[in-house]
Design a protein around this ligand. Sequence first.
Ligand code: ADP
Ligand code: MG
Length: 675
Amino acid sequence: MSAYEHEVKALLSAAGVPVPRGVVLKDQDFGLDFERAGELAEPLVLKAFGPGLVHKSDVGAVALGLSRKDLAGAAAGMRARLEVAGFLVEEQAAAGVELIVGLVRDPGFGPVLLTGLGGVWTEALRDTALRLCPISEEDARRMLASLRGSSLLYGSRGAPPVDVDAVIKLLMTVGGPGGLWERLELGEFELNPVIAGPSGVIAVDARYLPGPGPAAGAPRAATDFLPLFEPRAVAVVGASTTRPNFGNMFLGFYRAAGVPLVAVHPTAAEVAGVPAVPSLAEADVDYALVAVPAERCADVLREAGGVPFVQVMSGGFAETGRPDLEEELVEAARAAGTRLLGPNCMGVYSPRGRQTFVGGGLGPAGQVALISQSGGLAGEVIKVGERRGLAFSRVVTVGNSADVTPAELLRWLARDEETRAVGLYLEDPRDGRELFEALRAAELPVVLLVGGRSGQGQEAAASHTGGMVSDRRVWEAVAEQSGAVLVAGQDDLIGVLAYFQAHGSRHARGGVLVAGPSGGASVLAADAFDLAGVRLDPLPPDAPAALRGLGVVASGNPLEVPVGPLGRAGLVPEVVSALLRSRPYGDVVLHVNVQAFFTYGDAAEPLYAYARAVAQAQAALPDTRITLVTRNGECAPPGVEDEVRRIAAAAGIPVYRSMEAAAVAVAAGGRHGVA
Ligand code: ADP
Ligand code: MG
């Protein structure tokens, strides 16, 4: 059932939300008793209600500025045009700033609160902010402050400020702890407009369409994922003795990794030199990787009793329109008492546990974890990331996440002793609410890359709120409220993780200093940091004096300092330490134009000398986060950039090829308040 405006207003009033005083006139014969409006103060508003009347002003079902004697005539006019079940007559609130406050249930993340500049302009302005419920008062304040038109609230052009505290209180009543969002069976709930003035707020329109309640998920006991990442032994199901396939490829990778290994094959005693057993029931392993056609996967799982983790890499399930096969798979896993990873993914990578699904051998064991719903992307992040200096603790691909979800894995990894930062690549995390909770609970840095955010979002329903809550905006709210870093692409995922890997344990405080050659590059650097949301404060007042002895002009921040094949390698570090003596900087971003070193012959050595000087500076300043940007690196002969990276990495300095990438990483560090 959907509730009429006056019914919703009664509910609001009981919850402490101010609504206009009004009377409801219902009379099937339309012998309407307008006398009852007698005690209301003019001007009055007349609104018709009825089952088909949704957007009232669109159909002429709202009349404003009426006197008592106008009511009967206005009502007769509406009745002549519309199918009317009754009328609401209410006092007209004084003009003010019109806001929208709405709730919808996002299919993944549950109740979402939206507010913004509202009234009839809502759709045109699209100036709104949203957060997942429950919101905190701080969330409410930041929502309002983030509106482009926020100056309308805080007073502009001679208009007095509105009672912002009353707006906050209203937002908390709707979306805060214990708020209406908990009590409503949410389809959609919308107050549009709420009129905010200098002495309070009043909700002059209200709409509520109940919807399905939350899907009740059975809570499950926490799983210990250690045997997944460090299995005693591994089984591969699906390798062939005659026609090499994916299964054979994985057997090869595992053999190279050296983990105890068994193949599952119906007839052979061994596959590609690996001993084989006829079914998983005979394999004494912690982990099995299944690469057989989709229709046969459930049968494999039925024999998996005793194997704590089974990963189905095969595709052909829900993602290709066969949710039935996926359900069968999950049921088989439950019945066998095993946890299922996938389907439609790759495997697990964990150098410490000799777990792998990529060729080329195991990389170094490190402290960065990755949870990915795409197997291919995880493979790329491992390979490209390792090339750029990342060292992984655990990587897990979860594909469709039919059983084990990203949220579950994140909770475990957040407490894993070997892990200091987690990257997530998600498309549909299945249990968005749980993921949100896991992100909020995680104390280590989490970097979030979400695919498919540009999609159409939810179907707009009867309310404005529904139409404005897109997937992209919900993910932004998730990141904002949880402290996770939302990045735009794979490069930034790797870049931000590299920053956390290098600097995660430094206890740095203070702003960002940028230094390097070229005026134009310095100006562009300022823009890149601005775009990433990082403010570069001016140099300290005594900077000119501090730099004079070094022959450097205190041009500003970014600071222009010559770096090139002819310059002194140690100049930049000296400039940095001179400035740090008068002001602490948390981040120092040093950039260099690699091309300049190679335009007049092979000048790799001066570039290395510069890198070594920067490395020494980092060693001398353990609580400053130094970041190196090697601009125009493609101009260096092969191998030179790698050597620069190696020198920097040994000192715990992340290296980026563009200022934009460095700015995103530094911004992420600041946002997460590293150390
Ligand atoms: P709709 O169903 O079209 O959204 P509303 O009830 O919101 O109808 O009324 C349309 C507009 O009329 C509102 O945006 C608001 O500007 C104004 N309005 C409605 N009720 C009142 C009221 N009680 N006091 C002041 N303005 C009102
Ligand atoms: Mg309205």
